[in-house]
Write a protein that binds this ligand. Structure first.
Ligand code: ZN
Length: 80
């Protein structure tokens, strides 16, 4: 089923230290650009595959004090 709860990551992806992740919200930047292109009568460029992938998942971000790496984790929803 697809109603599994969202799993917020809790550890640094690099060193495994416990981390407090924050939800990272996507700016609908590409959609805005596409709308502006249409308004000018232009054909909006297709979204790159990885951007579509990004916008489908929930993303979380945290700065690790241990290894000083900014962890950016994409948590994908369960298969539908
Ligand atoms: Zn770390």
């Amino acid at each position: 089923m697809s109603d599994t709860p969202r799993q917020k990551p809790q550890f640094c992806a690099w060193c495994g230290s416990p981390l407090e992740y924050e939800e990272h919200h996507h700016e609908p930047h590409f959609e805005t650009l596409a709308e502006q292109a249409r308004a000018r009568g232009e054909e909006p460029p297709p979204l790159p595959q990885n951007v579509e992938e990004l916008m489908r998942g929930d993303s979380y971000i945290a700065a690790c004090p241990g290894c000083r790496v900014l962890s950016h984790v994409i948590s994908h929803h369960a298969r539908t």
